[in-house]
Design a protein around this ligand. Structure first.
Ligand code: GLV
Length: 393
């Protein structure tokens, strides 16, 4: 049997223009989009390697680190999580997961696959972990690796006290992995000062590049540990010693590991350049101001924020309780149908309970905040009205 060419591919490509105000991806700027229309380069061409070096410098700045082992994993944010855990964990290592939403569970699933003895410390619904809870869990479990998401996009929770957790990890000879996929750019993060051993972020959130390259950095201490592993990391693709060699991190000749997408590199390079030009502190301040305005607006609309304490709220991904009797999906569909605006529902434990509104990168402006508030309100009122009309029939 011969398989014919599909008819659908005879049609021209159609991509609608949407405003992406869910948990990510966020919209890319024109600068980033134009950068990605440059000609493709070979993955070992000197110009490509030069751009990789520039990207590396940008990542060091946004993470506030001097780590040599700073690079990107070719893959979405999940690949950063995989690489962090895959390189640190050996069979039967105790890995403690700090959980305030879906990402701790996702990391647990991965850690188990790498042979870890997985333990949990879980925050109560809608709250961040307290330092006392974390300290007690360290005393009980004596972990080799502690994982925490600084920002959990499923709940909109910001985990503070990373510096204190870094100190605690050193006292317990434990490696600290911090997922800053959703938080970087929206809140402070000082990798070296806070003694974080591995951090990775999403390119598609506050950075405003497309998904596909994940910035990651390993501390000197983590790197020494990885070099002394009894066994090689279980996944070749995530082996940081090999990827770092390709990225020119160790002062040794570059060696081919995989074929990086030069197109994505161009986009990320420009996103980082824009971020650096604005300055880390200013970017964080802007995200905070936008979130503060959104939170105020939500309350003025008579809606309720999901995260109980103000200091535990993630500025980038904001969670709002779905009002009683309202179908979140209908609200999200209304916003998309009428305005091409993405408002997201919950994820994991928050499905059906919350709307998630992302204020990231290009979309972290006061104008966008006012727009999303007005559309959210209109959508909820319209869905409520329809429900009343239906009940009369
Ligand atoms: C993805 O990051 C999500 O939170 O849905």
């Amino acid at each position: 049997m011969e398989v014919p060419p599909p008819l659908v591919l005879k049609r021209p490509l159609f991509v609608p223009s949407k405003t992406l105000m869910g948990p990510g991806p966020s919209n890319c700027s024109q600068r980033v989009l134009e950068a990605m229309s440059n000609p493709v380069l070979g993955h070992m061409h000197p110009e490509c390697l030069q751009i990789m070096d520039e990207v590396k410098e940008g990542i060091k700045y946004i993470f506030q680190t001097l780590n040599d082992a700073t690079m990107c994993i070719s893959g979405a944010g999940h690949s950063g999580m995989e690489a962090a855990l895959c390189n640190l964990i050996e069979d039967n290592d105790v890995v403690l997961l700090g959980i305030s939403g879906v990402w701790g569970h996702r990391a647990a699933d991965m850690a188990r696959r790498y042979g870890a003895d997985v333990r949990y410390v879980e925050a109560s619904f809608g709250r961040a972990l307290t330092l006392d809870e974390i300290r007690a869990a360290f005393d009980t479990h004596q972990p080799r690796v502690f994982f925490v998401a600084q920002g959990d996009s499923s709940t909109g929770i910001l985990q503070r006290h990373i510096a204190e957790i870094g100190e605690l990890c050193r006292q317990h000879d434990c490696f600290l992995v911090v997922d800053v996929v959703a938080s970087l750019g929206g809140t402070d993060f000082l990798m070296d000062e806070w003694k974080v051993d591995v951090a990775y972020t999403g390119s598609q959130k506050a950075l405003g590049a497309p998904a596909g390259l994940t910035p990651i950095s390993f501390s000197k201490r983590a790197l020494t540990h990885i070099k002394q592993r009894k066994t090689k990391p279980k996944v070749y693709y995530f082996d940081i010693l090999l990827i770092g060699q390709y990225w020119g991190c160790y002062g040794t000749p570059r060696i081919y590991h995989h074929t990086i997408s030069s197109t994505l590199l161009f986009g990320l390079r420009e996103a980082l350049a824009h971020f650096c030009a604005m300055g880390l502190k200013n970017v964080v301040q802007r995200h905070r101001e936008c979130s503060a305005r959104l939170q105020l607006g939500v309350e003025e609309l008579g809606l309720e924020l999901f995260v109980q304490h103000e200091q535990d709220r993630l500025p980038t991904v904001n969670t709002i309780k779905v009002p009683f009797g309202v179908d979140w999906k209908k609200v999200a569909d209304y916003a998309m149908r009428k305005y091409n605006l993405e408002i997201s529902g919950g994820l994991g434990p928050t499905v059906g309970h919350v709307f998630r509104i992302g204020l990231m990168g290009e979309n972290a402006t006061l104008e966008k905040v006012d727009m999303v508030l007005s559309i959210l309100n209109e959508a909820i009122q319209s869905i409520k009205l329809r429900a009343v009309e239906r009940s009369k029939i």
